[in-house]
Design a binder for this molecule. Sequence first.
Ligand code: HEC
Length: 123
Amino acid sequence: MRATTKIATTAFSLAALFAGTSMLTGVAGAASDESVAMGKQVAVDRTKGNCLACHMMGDGASPGDIGPPLIAMKARFPDRAKLRAQIWDAQVANPGTRMPPFGKHQALSEAEIDAIVDYLYTL
Ligand code: HEC
């Protein structure tokens, strides 16, 4: 009886270990389709990111031109943390910016900002 329990526990631990490993691979590897789709949705949503008000971005309709076009993002922002920081609080890089500090003001959640970065990296 006790031996059975032990085997079951070991099997569970191994399963947890493998689940953890695949999660790590997910973080290090390419973004999931779901995250990219969510990022795009949040970025274009006027009540959320509303990035199109100021930026040309992907196939988004009627973009504004207050900010630079969001193109070739991976080549121009190889450092993911730097790109994320720009969205979290653009005032750090440019105190006079017109870009809202989405993270600092909690206009977007941390997960939403991560998803937007995943989406921007497809542009
Ligand atoms: C009210 C206008 C405005 C909105 C809304 C806005 N931005 Fe910006 N953004 C700017 C301006 C202006 C710049 C130019 C640099 C600066 O002033 O910080 C900029 C710069 C950037 C940059 C750096 C681009 C480069 O080529 O250096 C990124 C990335 C960016 N914005 C992403 C976003 C994303 C993603 C959103 C939506 C979540 C967004 N912005 C919403 C105005 C805006």
